[in-house]
Design a protein around this ligand. Sequence first.
Ligand code: ADP
Ligand code: MG
Length: 379
Amino acid sequence: MSDPILPGATLGVLGGGQLGRMFTMVARRMGYRVTVFAPDDDTPAGQIAFREVRAPYEDLDAVRAFAREVAVVTFEFENVPAATAAAAAEMAPVRPAGSLLHTTQQRRREKEALRAAGVPTVRFACAETAAQLETAITEVGTPAILKTIAWGYDGKGQRRVDRAEQAAAAWKELGEPPVVVEAVAAFEREISVVGARGLDGGMAIYEPIANHHADHILDLSVCPADLPPQVRDRAVDITRTLLAAWDVVGVLCVEMFLLGDGELLVNEVAPRPHNSGHLTIDAHTCSQFEQQVRAVCGLPLGSAVAISPAAMANLLGDLWQDGEPDWASACALPGIKLHLYGKAEARPGRKMGHLTALGTCGGAAAQTAAAAREALRRD
Ligand code: ADP
Ligand code: MG
């Protein structure tokens, strides 16, 4: 195994969003320098980084020049083109590998890779033409969800179809792109498991997190998820299987549906720290971002043990509609930690920050997190 990359070295991050910001905060705490590569300036990550390189991801010469100056390249933005990761890899190790990015940034490849790893998913079929769509709907049945294979996030690029006759119109609304047609899972709960895998194959897996969505955007996460032991073990096991099968060096989050009979289906995966894992910053010995730093630097992973039950409430731009939120009121609640991402413009649905609440149990923490978010409202 190659020598670890030690504090003092410069780490490169592709992408300038909040995930890169929280990675950069940890890396700086640990004594690393960070260079962020992003198509904008004054990005959430760039504000914290030692250096910010502004260029489009398609500018491969700029990517090579950036990668030449850093000890390792990682990413926080999943939709970096494959050619960008490949250009970076000419100059520095890219962790996790660009091939993993390529797989997970497209729903069809992702689903097929999950299937190949022997992990259960919802029933699905892919379609690129009207005829294929018809066949896919017949295969999958209704209700179904059409999802564009590329560029989907926070529920964007999805249409639910309750009857087969609605499929063509739904597809048209999406702009008739290649789609994955998925059966609607009648899940009881949604959970995620965040895991990390080091260069030596060692793993650190957090306890499953329970997730609640509003308008298809993550709203509240609670850890521990309070699952029956065999479901918890199965969720962790699925995550281990994927980390190993895909030779991940870094962090992987696995989103799952828990069905009424205890069965788990993998919904989607992210090859990076995940919104649901933000509570690990305040509630765990070592956060998901520290695991990413350690993994990509070839250091031993840290402990994924929880210090306290916790809950995380997302702060979307909608909270700004009546002016600046009432930070003082939220901060007055005991056990609340405020995280803001440094974004200048608060648009509806935009992730601006989050609150983490610690509590005696997940339920208590969830109540405090929700109350603190309510306290932000001016009305
Ligand atoms: P995104 O990339 O937007 O997070 P997801 O595939 O995770 O896309 O979908 C967002 C949310 O929509 C999920 O967390 C879940 O609540 C719901 N959803 C997605 N796919 C299905 C499905 N097949 N059955 C039931 N609900 C689904
Ligand atoms: Mg999702």
